[in-house]
Write a protein that binds this ligand. Sequence first.
Ligand code: ARG
Ligand code: ZN
Length: 862
Amino acid sequence: GFIHLADYRPPAWRIPSAELQFELGPDATEVTARLALSPDPAQPGEALELDGEELELLAIALDGQPLPPERYDYDGRRLRVHGVAADCTLETRARIHPAANTRLEGLYRSGRLLLTQCEAEGFRRITFFADRPDVMPRWRIVLRADRAAYPVLLANGNPVSTRELGDGRHEATWENPHPTPAYLFAIAAGAMERVSSTLETMEGRRVELNIWAEPGDVARCAYALGAVERSLRWDERRFGRCYDLDVFNVVAAQDFTMGAMENKGLNIFNARYILADEATATDADFLAIESVVAHEYLHNWSGNRVTLRDWFQLSLKEGLTVFRDTEFSADLHSRALKRIEVVRLLRSRQFPEDAGALAHAVRPDRYREISNFYTMTIYEKGAEVIRVLHTLVGEAAFRAGMDRYFADNDGRAATLEDFLAAHAAASGRDLAQFARWYSQAGTPELHVTDAFDAATGDYTLTVTQNTPPTPGQPEKLPLLVPLRFALYDASGRAITAPPEADAVVHDGLAELTAPTHVLRWRGLGARPLPAFNQGFAAPVKLHFDYTVDQLARLARLERDPFNRWDLLQRLATDALLGAAHAEAATAALGDALADLLADASADPAFVAECLALPDFDTLAEALPEVDVDTLVARREELLDRLAEEQVEGLQARYDALADAARGGLGGEAMSARALRNACLAWLTRLDPEAKLAQAQFDAATTMTERLAALRCLLHFQAPGADAALQAFRDAHAQDPLVTDKWIGLVATRPDPEALDEVQALMATPWWKPANPNRVRALLGSFARSNPLGFHRRDGAGYRFVAGQVVALDAINPQVAARLLGGFESWRRWASPRRELAREALASLEGKLASPDGRDLLQRLLG
Ligand code: ARG
Ligand code: ZN
């Protein structure tokens, strides 16, 4: 059944403190929990109920007295203790089985480590507890284990003591002084080594920073450690937030369902977001590591110190923390390139989610399984909504609002209303209409038309907004949309006079609040050229009927790199989808790219972004119905043609940047590699022997260069592809993260036959269905990034993925549910694919045991 936001009740019992003792072992671990319990005076007489999932209850005592069987019952999900009404201490002892835990929720084994993942509701798989974010005890955690197998014992908070126990066992005790919900609980045990440093916070606290990994991996942790230091300093500088414990521990794990987890003082990471050196990680990997490290670190305030009242508020920590981590990356590197990366992700993944069967609000009002809401909408759209607020109130008021939010809610479990109240107070604005961004699903669309009266010189822009219906939300209200605009006169100068408007307008920004607004300028000498949504300040789809000449002219007038990139994306989209003027758009795009390739002063990484045309998903999202073959074929034709036209510029830039690209993680070298790799991919289209790619593969000194070359060899089926793949595979056979990379390349070869290779790999030892990274590398890449394979005309791609969803659902339901999400847009796929996808989905009915899988399937078929 559904859980509804409207049904929220505060916890009937509080847990001011909790002490846990673990007798750790991979096959069986015993957990003793001593909970101080206190009834909420406002809800007297409520029964005492705790969550507990698949626990083997060994003993239970109340205030030191063993409880007789008639005083409690446990049905495998809930523990009820009868006849308690006042403050008391409950002690339970339970047995769990880490090595058998393939769901990777709760306590599980990864390699030789024992680790936890509790968010959202995994803690109940460790011990009996009120597993909800508004129950926040102070914790004391005692770990005991065999010293030889588990020399390092980590938990939340500060280390307080260690001792030897005899029998080869030892013990470590940790205390977390900050009130912390159970979803932030963590322990990690095993043979780990570390890199570390110490620094002093702005408040004068000395903090030890450690990154822990299995012994062979510790040499690849240095970059992540630097990223922690940079994150800590940035949060001090930009938000005035300091770290608040004596140690900050980070652990890298090869088996991890998501990216990483912000457990208080003990972040646990998917190893792919920690381990890196230039021989095994690409430049993109380094940047992703820095941004995920920052994300988890920044949660210490946005999520941990101020936590969530309930899971409906998830975006209150996730959207806010994504906003914070993207600002971190923008401040440290290129703001424009970061914005391009974020907008690409929004358009290719979040917009389709918001338009498909799984669309939901940034704050949903009901859910069946919260694990299915760790989505692009909660994270990325949630961050965009924070950015809308930032745009509306400006940096100074935004910072004041954040200070107030942190001050008013420190140590509390907050709601979106608390967040809005702090910002409303700090900015003096009424945020009631802004709040609709949180409750309405779907991507708003703005339609803009213009009119010029040559007699009077009056120029008007008419802006209408609407948000299409989404599942369960047929009608939508107008949102508060900050629309940036600019007008250029015939000589290319910006017209600075503000318009007359039925909306608040300031500094080239109109605050749209109604379904329609009109902006009017009087007495202009000639029809100006308008531009909109600079910096993508509003996360909307904007429609304005530009001619190709206008777009090309704007692309030259705009100085801001993000806006120039966006205009080239628009030209490319018109070239691919705009039947009427596709030819003219292609020509204009070619001219613009030729200029960029010839411009030695342009940042090469920016030029590389301009060469990367909108991907399949982004283009599909612009179409009412998707004909997969035609769309892929058009995109390939355009790329072939542009490559032919630009061959000299591409080759010249590729050669000219060879020295700059040589080694090192400096911005200039990374930028040079980005453009060289983009050029290489285009040039390989014209080179059936793929000589250039082969040469780059053979000579590469960085993974960035080697992997890009290997992709070209494999995807264009070059003569040397098999040999190169084998050499790469053998060189990295011991490294699961690099193995994932070549597997991902095989799974994304743009060819319907890629399915055969994916299936062939599943019959080898490379296939490890219990390892989430491996599943994503093979099946996730196939379902999400191989349109020709997944959407095979015979439906074999759909049937194959559906079959794997069934198999994986029994191992790790969250991984299976992600894979199933690949069907979210199925209703828009042109026949016969729609019917084939429907059949594949229907074949799953009755076959998925997990709540995750069942919830998703129901919503997909809805
Ligand atoms: N809070 C984590 C993060 O964003 C993600 C946890 C995901 N958990 C889950 N059950 N999906 O950093
Ligand atoms: Zn997060």
